[in-house]
Design a protein around this ligand. Structure first.
Ligand code: PLP
Length: 359
């Protein structure tokens, strides 16, 4: 740490990203990226004309992208806010709405929520999930604080029904409920239609997972126009031109080619269920998943040892230090071929040690 860092940030720690590797021999299943390339329409959207226009600033309102998102969900363009990744959108939500009342979120969830709260001095309460990692909606009714829930949740992969979300939203119209739908496209129902009835609901999504565009950095929020205006004010004060024009073009194309998204989601869901069965057959305790990853407890080995041995075999997966989940591993679902290969590497890791096998 240098001597100039503001005291309020001293000793604070950012979010720990999954290890990055571009090596072809490494199978990278630690950041919930898609193993598939973006849609051909997305590739075609990066034209020579677009590249030649890079001497100009991008459209600060990202009108085309905003309209593409609005069109897909059948909402007004004034009800959509876009920015460079949903992490940025979520941080603007925290900054815009968090001071005073603060936020509550599950104790087992996306680690960034706590990081944002700590860095932005937003008071927060962690509400314990049940022993099976599911969320009890009623725990949020009288929490006093604004609510932030990932649905489906990460890293559990579990989902809360739309009716349950609506009960939380209705329980206190004077506070905001933010639903992070990073994994909604994996055949779950979005609560975006609820914004027509409830002005205290903000739904956040990303193109990083199901639309195969993690590198393009595109996320968005859908809510009543008055909330979207507040987010736009935050953006105007920080980085008004944050979405570059190449990403905007790719995002528009991805939003319009939703049949490509659904086709590849179907492949992931199929491979996920097959992988889950294979792991269960080997004695793994695997939670049901509504996302593009699995959350499980390995047999014989601790999560840490399992991840270490798997890494030696060239497969990167995620484990946690937080006590409630430190015996669990999160593994992104890759292509069918990758998962076949990963299962065989898992076998070599599990059966490497005959003593462990007898235990
Ligand atoms: C991946 C993820 C995000 C971040 O998405 P970006 O748009 O890539 O910033 C946000 N929330 C959850 C729950 C995620 O898993």
């Amino acid at each position: 740490m240098g001597k100039f860092l503001s005291t309020r940030f001293q000793g604070k720690d950012g979010y720990h990203l999954g290890e990055r590797s571009k090596s072809r021999s490494i199978i990278k299943l630690n950041s919930n990226e898609s193993p598939f390339p973006p849609s051909p329409e997305v590739l075609a959207s990066v034209t020579k004309d677009l590249l030649e226009e890079q001497n100009f600033y991008s459209d600060p309102k990202s009108r085309r992208l905003t309209e593409a998102v609005a069109g897909y969900y059948g909402v007004d363009a004034g009800e959509v806010f876009v920015d460079s990744g949903s992490d940025v959108v979520l941080s603007y939500c925290m900054l815009a709405f968090g001071s005073g009342r603060g936020f509550c979120f599950p104790d087992v969830t996306y680690a960034f929520y706590k990081t944002f709260s700590e860095f932005f001095d937003v008071p927060y309460t962690e509400i314990p999930v049940k022993a099976d990692f599911s969320i009890n909606a009623e725990d949020y009714f009288n929490s006093g604080r604004h609510v932030l829930i990932a649905n489906p949740n990460a890293p559990s992969g579990l989902v809360l029904g739309i009716d349950e979300i609506e009960r939380i939203v209705e329980s206190d119209p004077d506070r905001l409920v933010i639903i992070d739908e990073a994994y909604v496209d994996y055949q779950n129902e979005s609560c975006i239609p609820l914004i027509q009835r409830h002005k205290n609901l903000v739904v956040v999504q990303t193109m990083s997972k199901s639309r195969n565009l993690a590198g393009a950095r595109i996320g968005f929020a859908v809510s009543a126009a008055e909330n979207i205006e507040d987010l736009a004010t935050m953006k105007a004060a920080f980085n008004p031109d944050s979405i570059n024009s190449i990403s905007e073009a790719m995002g528009c194309a991805a939003m319009k080619d939703s049949s490509y998204m659904r086709e590849y989601v179907k492949k992931i869901v199929f491979t996920r269920e097959k992988t889950r069965e294979e792991l269960q057959r080997r004695g793994f305790e695997v939670l049901k998943s509504h996302t593009n990853f699995l959350f499980f407890k390995p047999p014989y080995l601790s999560a840490e040892e399992f991840c270490k041995r798997l890494k030696e075999k060239g497969v990167l997966v995620r484990h946690y230090t937080q006590p409630r989940i430190n015996s669990y591993v999160r593994m992104t679902i890759g292509s069918e071929d990758q998962m076949k290969e990963v299962l065989s590497r898992i076998d070599s890791v599990l059966y490497k040690d005959p003593v462990a096998l007898q235990a």
